[in-house]
Design a protein around this ligand. Sequence first.
Ligand SMILES: [Zn+2]
Length: 405
Amino acid sequence: MKYQLVCKKCGKVIGDFATWFKQDQLCECGSNHAEATYSTDYSLLEQLCTCSNSADNLYHYFDFLPIEKKENIVTLGEGAVPIEEWQFLADYAKQNYNIDCKVVVCRNDLNGGSGTFKDIAASLAATVFKENGVEDYCLASTGNAGTAYSTYLAKAGKRFHLFVPEDMYQDSIDAVRATGQNLIVCDGNYGVAKKAAADFHKEQNVMISAGNIDPIRIEAKKTLVFECLRQLGRIPDVYMQAVAGGTSPIAYEKGMREIASTYPEHKMPRMILVQQDTCDPMVQAWEWATENNFPEGFEKNYPSLEPKTRISILSAGTPGMYPIVGPIVKNSGGCFLRVKEDELVDYGRIIKREKGIYLGPASVVCFAGFYEALKQNKIKNGDLVMLNTGEGCGRAQWFKEEIDK
Ligand SMILES: [Zn+2]
């Protein structure tokens, strides 16, 4: 067998996804946290990650993904998106802070499925389901994941039931309806949608997303580490993104552990994760930990907030993954930062002026975070900084309209 799922809690070897699904995505010890390991020789990774190698999608890394047969691949051209250098940000850092750095941006808006970083996870999910005969799936989502899964599971001919909060963008609702999947708009916030999906899972016996630590999502998103090697020839010194759930930083850390034996010279980047001031529970938890010198078990202390944000995809008020993400950030030498939601349109305008493109509001949270990181002296001379911008503006027309005002 090419891969095996191993329980993160008790270390038991669970087996493949067929077994994992049969066990309702739980280890015998009750834990829902499993990780894929590979018997593939990692020297092969070096060939895949050479800069001269071109890639069409994330299945460039088939040998390090948890699927056995290429014929099961469901793809719309996702992953392997350009990581572009944005010189104007380096110029800004030099002119205003006298810092020499290089800034690159991962253009997830160019993903082929729905134009977000979620596409790679949805693509791998559709592929894994096809390989393992899963016909029905349900998920609660605040927007991007739901749209991506609707798109890919429709392409794979799988039924999908999506539970969304009442404030989901109309553009996302339209996009999901267009796929013909089953959309349930709940009477309440994301928490209500999650409860409705969990009830549906139990009553209808339909498989449900395993959340932010879902090994499918982690395995898909870890390929960004490989993409850094392939496109940049190295791992950045600083990795930045807007954070809601926290799958992507968990996945990046997993990817770094996978390359450790092949590329011992590369270190985990300093993770700088950004939230907007209208929904910033991880930032608040981090500030508390900083003020208290990171006491033992600091990661278990976090608030649960009622979000007041218009950015529905960044409206996770209860940061359930902070106990995993907090220590990853700490060990990386990074931090959490806050930006102001009412300044985001201005930052969106800078991107439009400099690059001629519109990024979605969550991407602009990450972008604004770079300016905040400079202000707080978190960027150092010689740093290669990567901004992992998660989405374009396709399904946030209100944001685009405000930028154009
Ligand atoms: Zn276990």
